[in-house]
Design a protein around this ligand. Structure first.
Ligand code: FMN
Length: 144
């Protein structure tokens, strides 16, 4: 992995009907993972309610090109970049595309802790402090 990494985070509104959501998400993750692996892109994709929030990281040109490609996908709309920056290292380097979910059954399940108003991660596969900051941000963006 290169020393400088570019990361783009966008939000969009899902147009996938509830009945086909599981199957369509399966297709998206399977093509995302094989394609991203080839392009050395890593990241995380959260679907919360009707909103997608996706972090894409890797070579800047490759990330921008992939973003342009994904933005044209008719399975979502109102695709808006919410954060773009250079990083010293990847946040989600171990996933070609991690599935993040707030209803369990994902690579990174987000468990809402209502008392504290924050989010806690399942202890079985703990996330790093760096990942938690970005995941909290992605979760906030999905709610806003
Ligand atoms: C929310 C969302 C996230 C996606 N993320 C990726 C991704 O990370 N990588 C990827 O290759 N395709 C991703 N896709 C799928 C692409 O839009 C596209 O369908 C796929 O790359 C196949 O493109 P092709 O039909 O031109 O080969 C995503 C689609 C959606 C709706």
């Amino acid at each position: 992995m290169s020393d400088t990494t570019f990361r783009l985070i966008y939000r969009s509104r899902s147009l996938i009907p509830a009945e086909t959501r599981k199957a369509v998400l399966g297709e998206i993750f399977s093509s995302a993972r094989s394609n991203n692996k080839r392009q050395q892109i890593t990241g995380a994709l959260l679907l919360s309610g009707d909103y997608f929030v996706q972090a894409l990281e890797g070579d800047e040109q490759a990330v921008q090109a992939l973003y342009e490609h994904i933005a044209k996908d008719d399975r979502h709309e109102d695709v808006t970049v919410v954060d773009e920056r250079r990083l010293d290292e990847r946040t989600f380097g171990k996933w070609s595309m991690a599935q993040v979910s707030d209803d369990g059954g994902a690579d990174i399940p987000l468990l809402t802790n209502r008392d504290k108003g924050g989010i806690t991660r399942k202890a079985a596969d703990p996330t790093t402090a760096d990942q938690d900051v970005v995941l909290d941000y992605m979760h906030d963006v999905a709610q806003s």
